[in-house]
Ligand binder design. Structure first.
Ligand code: HEM
Length: 449
């Protein structure tokens, strides 16, 4: 069974029709031929956008010459009221300074400090789901994974569960903000200025302000606790006490508030999307579900996450088919010649994990769910060249290791106690919102295992 994929539009349509489709959903607005293309141009009357879908080209943009292809300012336009000057939006020296402080907190050795908090969030999720399903019930799983991923972020960052008053208020405000602000990363790709979501609408601005004031409160209290020598050893403390080794400076409260906003947004939306799709794929592929449940019998402590080999392969394959960040946008700073095409300065370059991960010339059976491919030597070139759910190069997601511990851990913890199956007639339709979500949610039948 091939998992759901958006129906592509015909190869040739008018710009007007493209715009209408794009507005509804960026994934189904694209023609089928992009799945086999190396490069494509999106012609619009206002500016030029190009899809870079050739691994060699993507390497040039992300790994070899990242400074020549910075993030486009357009991306920030919608998100700045919420994210301020966060590492997700900055470029140049400011960005380098921020990464020098943030990266050490996410290093492998340090990551193990976050595992117990992830474990607690996993147990809370299992308890919630078990209560909810009784002896068996249909549930909307995205709602559950969003709650769980938000819980993971608050517990790992600030040592507080989602039930905490401030954590719960931030979570609910974020949900409101998301509804008013559907597209995370794609503003630069939108062909007409008139289409841009009403980025600075009064209600969006108000929601951003409320979120930032709640986060400021948490951050100020943490700074005080650090100064008093009573702060817990969690991600927030580690980031706020790490100096930039080049300048010796640490983050001020204001700078940290920007980073907390992006950790929360980038960290919980993405993980929630991936976990929800992983559970759907397990529901529709019972053999893999059983294999994960069997493997999970040996899951006794947070450190056992490294033994979750099957769960990790299922999670990786989920990220291939449903990369939570489906597309990324960069901008040319000079006139370029890319794949023999002349590209003007200030053109938008779209890198699409969505298309690369399903590239018909780079993957065997690209649309099939086959976690077994992760063990096959033949898959190595596709994995090396055409798999980047966390991006690549210096701007790679700093939370990649964190997410690859969290995802398999929560997946295994849930499937250890709960069995899921699909709901007939409710096949989820993938669409790109803030991340890749299902148009009407992901519905599953769940019962105690
Ligand atoms: C499955 C989960 C996740 C996925 C698929 C994911 C994916 C990505 C991708 C593709 C980017 C690059 C975006 C771009 O360049 O336009 C990114 C950036 C980022 N992610 Fe993640 N992410 C995940 C989880 C996390 C977590 C758990 C955190 C933090 C706790 C996090 C923090 C960030 C930050 C701060 C950036 C900005 C980095 C920069 O621009 O230098 N992410 N993520």
């Amino acid at each position: 069974m091939i998992p759901p994929k958006p129906t592509s539009r015909p190869n040739t349509i008018s710009l007007w029709r493209y715009m209408q489709l794009f507005r509804k959903d960026i994934l189904s607005a694209q023609p089928e031929r992009l799945y086999g293309a190396w490069m494509a141009e999106f012609k619009t009357p206002f500016f030029r956008s190009y899809l870079a879908n050739d691994p060699e080209l993507v390497r040039q943009i992300l790994n070899e010459r990242p400074k020549d292809f910075p993030k486009s300012d357009r991306i920030g336009e919608g998100l700045r009221p919420l994210l301020g000057n966060s590492v997700f939006l900055t470029n140049g020296a400011t960005w380098e300074h921020q990464r020098r402080i943030i990266d050490p907190a996410f290093e492998k050795g340090r990551l193990s400090h976050s595992l117990p908090a992830m474990w607690d969030a996993g147990q809370a999720m299992v308890a919630r789901v078990t209560r909810m399903i009784g002896t068996g019930q249909e549930i909307e799983i995205e709602e559950i994974t969003s709650h769980a991923a938000a819980d993971v972020i608050f517990r790992t960052l600030f040592s507080i569960p989602i039930e905490n008053d401030i954590a719960s208020a931030v979570f609910h405000e974020f949900r409101r903000y998301q509804r008013a602000q559907p597209i995370l990363n794609l503003a630069a790709f939108v062909p007409l200025p008139g289409w841009m979501p009403r980025f600075h609408r009064a209600d969006t601005k108000r929601a951003a302000k409320r979120i930032r004031s709640l986060i400021t409160d948490l951050t100020q209290k943490r700074m005080q606790a650090i100064n008093d020598g009573i702060a817990p050893d969690d991600l927030a403390t580690r980031i706020m006490t790490t100096p930039d080794l080049e300048t010796g400076e640490t983050f001020s409260v204001d700078e940290m508030v920007d980073q907390v906003a992006i950790f929360f947004l980038a960290g919980h939306e993405t993980s929630a999307s991936a976990l929800a799709w992983a559970l759907y794929l397990c529901a529709t592929h019972p053999d893999w579900q059983t294999a994960i449940a069997e493997e999970a019998k040996d899951l006794n402590t947070p450190k056992d996450v490294k033994r979750l080999i099957t769960s990790r392969d299922v999670f990786r394959e989920t990220l291939r088919l449903y990369p939570p960040v489906p597309m990324m946008v960069r901008e040319t700073t000079l006139p370029e010649t890319l794949r023999k095409r002349a590209i003007p300065k200030a053109a938008q370059l779209v890198i699409s994990p969505w298309h690369l991960h399903r590239h018909t010339r780079l993957w065997e059976n690209p649309d099939a769910f086959d976690p077994g491919r992760w063990k096959m030597p033949e898959s190595k070139p596709s994995i090396r060249d055409a798999y980047m759910p966390f991006s690549s190069g210096p701007r790679v997601c700093p939370g990649a290791g964190f997410a690859m511990a969290e995802g398999p851990l929560l997946l295994s913890m849930l499937l250890h106690d709960v069995a899921v199956s699909p709901v007939p007639g409710k096949t989820p339709e993938p669409v790109a919102h803030l991340t890749v979500r299902a148009k009407d949610g992901i519905w599953l039948k769940a019962k105690p295992r």
